[in-house]
Structures are given as C-alpha cells and as structure tokens.
Ligand binder design. Structure first.
Ligand code: ARG
Length: 576
C-alpha cells in the first residue's frame, strides 16, 4: 500500500533527483521548521565542489522550473541554509488525505508489507501455581499490541503462551500438597491456595531439610510419568489456567497457541545429544552438560543438570527448534522482562551454534519493571500482588469517574464502559512509555480524563463522534462530496500533519517493536484535536465549505484515534 505520506515523500525524492542530486535523504524537520520534509545537501558538497547552501539554492531554482505546471502537494520549496525545505499546500494535502481516510476508514494504515511472513510472539507466559505477576501483565499487553500491529501490516501472527508448567518447583508443590493440601480449599481459592502451599513448603523446609529431598523424589516421579503425580500436576495446571483466562478475558487478549514448557520435554534429550555430538556442549566434572560461551563474552549455559533433568534453557532450545521446524517463522519475538536479557543472549547464541535459528530470527523484546501503587488495592501476601485485584481496582475507579461525569449511564452499559476505561488506563500507562523504562502505576494519573491517559484518548474519540452525531445527516453527506478542503487555522494544519504521518508511524512501531510510537502519535493527535475543538467552530462555522472541511477533519481524526487505540488493544465507545 502506498499512502499519501509515501507519495508525497516520493514526490520530494523525484523532484530533487530531477534537479540532479542522486539518492537524496528525506528528513522530517524539527518542530520549529514548518516544512513537511527537508533534504540536506551536505553529502553532495565534495563531489560538486560547492558549499551545501549553494547546492540547495541551485536545486530549488531548478525544481521551481520543473514545478511550473503546479506544485501538487507543495505550496513552496525553499533553500534554507544547507537544506531544501518542502512546505505543504495543506489544502491540497488535506483534500487528498481526507478522501483516503474516509474511503478506507478502519483499514486506513493497513498494509501488505508482511505478506507471506509469519511472526511468532512468545508472550505472557506466566508460571503455573503462581499468581500472574505484573511482569506477565506487561508481556501480555505489549505482546498483544505487537500482534495487532503486525497483523495490521499483513503479517501472519501466532501468539504463543509459553506457560511455565515444568520445573523442580512442582516437586515442592506435590510434596506440600500431599502433606497439607486440601482439595476443596484449592478448588475454592485457586492459585492463592497453591501459593500458600508453596510458601509453607519453604518455611517448613527450613526447619526440616529432609523435605527438599522428598520434593526431589516427587519431581522425579512426575518426570517418570507416575500416575498420581501427573494427575495432580494436570490439576494444578487447570486451576491456574482457569484463573489466567479470567485475566485474559478482562484484558481482551487471546492466544493462538498455549504450548507450555512441559510440551517440549520429550524433545530435550535430543537437543542435548545434538549439542554434545556437534561438539558445542561438554560434560563438566559434576556431570552437567554445559555450553562454553566465553568466546562470545557470555557466561556458560548449562543445558542439562547432573541428575539428567532438563532446565529452563533446555526447554527454550527445544522450543526454538520446534518452532522453526513447525512454523518456519520470519521472526520469533520474546516479550519478556529485561532481567532475562543475558539469559536470552545465551540461549539465542546456543540456538545459532546448533543451527536451529540465526540470531536475526530471534528477538528479545525486553521491557522494564512495573511499580504498583501501595495501599489497599493490592492484596498482598508477602510481596505478591494479585493482578486480578489490580485490574478490578482500575475498573472500580473507572466506574466512579464515569458515574460522576455522566450519571445517566447505568446498569450493563456502565459495567461495560467501566471495564473499557479501566483496561484502557492500565494498557495505556504501560504502552505510552518507552518499553525499556520502568512503568509506575499511579491510579489518579492513569484514570484521569485529562493528561496523557487512555481514558483521555477514549474521551477525545467520544467528543469527535458527538460532533458527527450533532451534524445533520445530510450535512455529513454533503461534506463527503466536498472536493477541495479549506483549512484556515494553524491548528487544523498541525492536526492534518499528525493524521498524515499515521501510516508511517505504525510501520516504525513495527520496525522497532515499539507500540509507544503509536501511543505518542495519538496523544499528539488528541492534543491538537482538543485545541481545535475548543477554538475553532465546526457546525457553527458560517461558510458551508468551512463547515464541511472541518467535519471531514473531525471524522478523519475519529478514525485515526479508533484505529490507533485498537492497535494498542484499547477499545473505544460512543459515549462515556
Ligand atoms: N515463565 C517465564 C517467567 O515467568 C517466562 C517465559 C518467557 N518465555 C520463554 N520462552 N522463556 O519468567
């Protein structure tokens, strides 16, 4: 798909090339320069034996001649120092842009860039019998947004929930359950009860170290397929998944695959054998299998314990091999916190040494920590926070604000709106910052309808929609027919500029795996729109063509906000 923004850019390139400069670089100038695009001339100085400013002046002169039959998108082209600056004819740009947006509507910005490419996203991946953490929440939110962005751009996306359903901790849990567990309590309390057992195990094991040995035995029985242990283990998984699914449903997130670590156990032996045969791994004096990575500036990676059991790393290597064989993905994204950065460097390196996947194929999309607000909203057990409580708290707070602002909303509608607003608050707080930065959840800031929040964007959308609603149907119909849009205010032009760049921003977000680029663009759109809304009459504009131009601007804005929010996994509504 070539959107207007790309066509304008091409026009810039063609005209500069036409004037004799080869492969010009097109830049978006800094805010204070009002040009839409700029071409720097530094790199031509040497060959042309002229200072860049002179080159710029010459080119502008030639372009002006070649543009004699009309500048199309541009009002003027100017040499300013070493730059050739292209100033948009905003009426011409807006006329075409609105036409494009209003024709494509929800699919404006969509692309076929990813056709034939499959991308697998390893995301969420909480651990069985433990509460889902805020880290897993971030992984879920960021992963889901990336999934939406990539499928919007035509990629085939597979969201894979790589559950932590294997490991020695299950030996402890089995042991604790057999000693102190109560079936009905677990059925009632779910993960909380399982966690209590786990905590109790650690407390008792301090007094009674034999328990550790017992736990190892239980785990080894599980590994060997002992009937009772397998059944219990399956049951722990079901209980946990049930609970996780409640959270996913609140968040509106789904997965194409749920292949937990245990799925890969049968493939692990082969991976270890392979590594030994290829001479990549060796058996150390303790009997463990190790891959030496000093050469690559990395710590060694153990891929089998001395007691022959598998590790997190073994399972991840088997997973990579399986994923590549089964899905042949263009890329596998691991949406996992930065604390595992070093680990993924090791695993990716070993996967490459084994020939399972080149490192370009494996991407660790890392992110920083989340800090939660203190206080009553987090049921704390030790340092554990139950996510569901956090999410429900957001929804409750959202409900209060919605009721305050609009007491007419009640019943089912209220529940639905409160859920959307609460979730928007959480997701936007996460996605509006650079991924690697730490996120701080501050209720009042997150849920406010003012300030840079999800609810603020939802509210801006509602505003735009209400203007559309107020406009008579025939007015909207007539506006649709208006060919030549007229923008009179600076803020309108600025808003058009933001809308124009939207498809480019979506692409950049995918290239860098950074949904926050879309979030920032939306915030700028909303700021401009709200300033437009407050200062420029739409339906009350006297001249019909202004009324219609502005209606088109409003409608185009609403479409971009809706699409952008959807790419972040945030739903909009018609009123709030
Ligand atoms: N379950 C892991 C954790 O909670 C995250 C798994 C991430 N994915 C992976 N393939 N290692 O830390």
């Amino acid at each position: 798909m070539r959107y207007l923004i790309e066509r304008i850019k091409e026009r810039v390139i063609n005209s500069v090339e036409g004037a004799g400069l080869k492969s010009p670089e097109v830049e978006v100038p800094p805010e204070h320069i009002k040009a839409i695009f700029a071409v720097p001339c530094f790199k031509y100085a040497k060959a042309l034996k002229k200072p860049p400013a002179e080159i710029a002046r010459d080119v502008v002169e030639k372009i002006s001649v070649s543009f004699a039959d009309g500048l199309e998108f541009f009002e003027r082209v100017e040499a300013e120092g070493p730059y050739i600056n292209f100033y948009a004819d905003w009426n011409a740009v807006a006329s075409r842009l609105f036409h494009e947006i209003l024709e494509k509507r929800d699919s404006y910005g969509k692309d076929d860039l990813g056709t034939g490419k499959r991308i697998l996203i390893d995301m969420s991946s909480p651990n069985i019998a433990k509460p889902m953490s805020v880290g897993h929440l971030r992984s879920t939110i960021i992963g889901d947004s990336l999934a939406r962005i990539f499928s919007f751009l035509g990629y085939e996306v597979i969201r894979d929930n790589h559950l932590g359903d294997w490991g020695t901790q299950f030996g402890k849990l089995l042991c604790a359950y057999k000693l102190w567990g109560k079936k009905d309590e677990i059925e009632r309390e779910g993960v909380k009860a399982l966690l209590d057992l786990y905590v109790r195990f650690h407390q008792e094991a301090e007094k009674n170290p034999e328990l550790e040995e017992k736990a190892r035995e239980e785990f080894s029985k599980l590994e060997k397929g002992d009937d009772e242990n397998r059944k219990l283990w399956k049951w722990f998984i079901d209980i946990s998944i049930n609970e996780f699914k409640r959270i996913y449903q609140l968040l509106g997130v789904d997965f194409e695959l749920w292949l937990g670590e245990s799925f890969y156990i049968p493939m692990c032996d082969d991976v270890v054998r392979d590594a030994l045969e290829k001479g990549i791994a060796e058996i150390d004096e303790s009997g463990a299998v190790v891959v030496k990575l000093e050469k690559y500036g990395l710590p060694n990676l153990i891929i089998r314990k001395s007691d022959e059991s598998t590790l997190y790393s073994t399972r991840d290597l088997a997973t990579i091999r399986y994923r590549v064989e089964k899905f042949d993905p263009w890329k596998i994204l691991y949406v996992v916190g930065s604390e595992q950065r070093l680990y993924f460097q090791q695993v990716f390196r070993v996967a490459e040494l084994l020939g399972y996947a080149t490192h370009e194929r494996l991407v660790h999309v890392d992110f920083g920590l989340v800090r939660l607000p203190e206080g009553k909203m987090s049921t704390r057990k030790g340092r554990v926070v139950f996510l569901e409580d956090v999410i429900n708290e957001a929804i409750e707070r959202a409900k209060k604000i919605v009721v305050e602002r609009n007491p007419e909303i009640q019943g089912k509608d209220l529940e639905e709106i409160a859920r959307k607003v609460g979730i928007a608050a959480i997701k936007f707080a996460d996605l509006s910052q650079n991924r690697v930065k730490e996120v701080v959840f501050e209720w009042d800031k997150m849920i406010s309808f003012e300030g840079d929040t999800g609810p603020y964007l939802q509210y801006t959308y509602v505003r735009a929609k209400s203007i559309m609603e107020k406009a008579q149907q025939n007015e909207v119909g007539k506006a649709a027919k208006l060919k030549n849009v007229i923008l009179t205010e600076e803020v309108e032009k600025e808003l058009v500029r933001k809308l124009l760049f939207f498809p480019a921003v979506v692409r950049e977000a995918s290239e860098h795996y950074e949904p926050h680029r879309i979030a920032s663009q939306l915030l700028e759109v909303a700021h401009m729109f709200n300033s437009f809304y407050q200062n420029v009459p739409v339906l009350k504009a006297e001249r019909e063509e202004l009324r219609h131009s502005r209606l088109k601007l409003v409608e185009s804005t609403s479409i971009i906000i809706k699409t952008g929010l959807e790419l972040l996994g945030i739903e909009v509504m018609e009123r709030m």
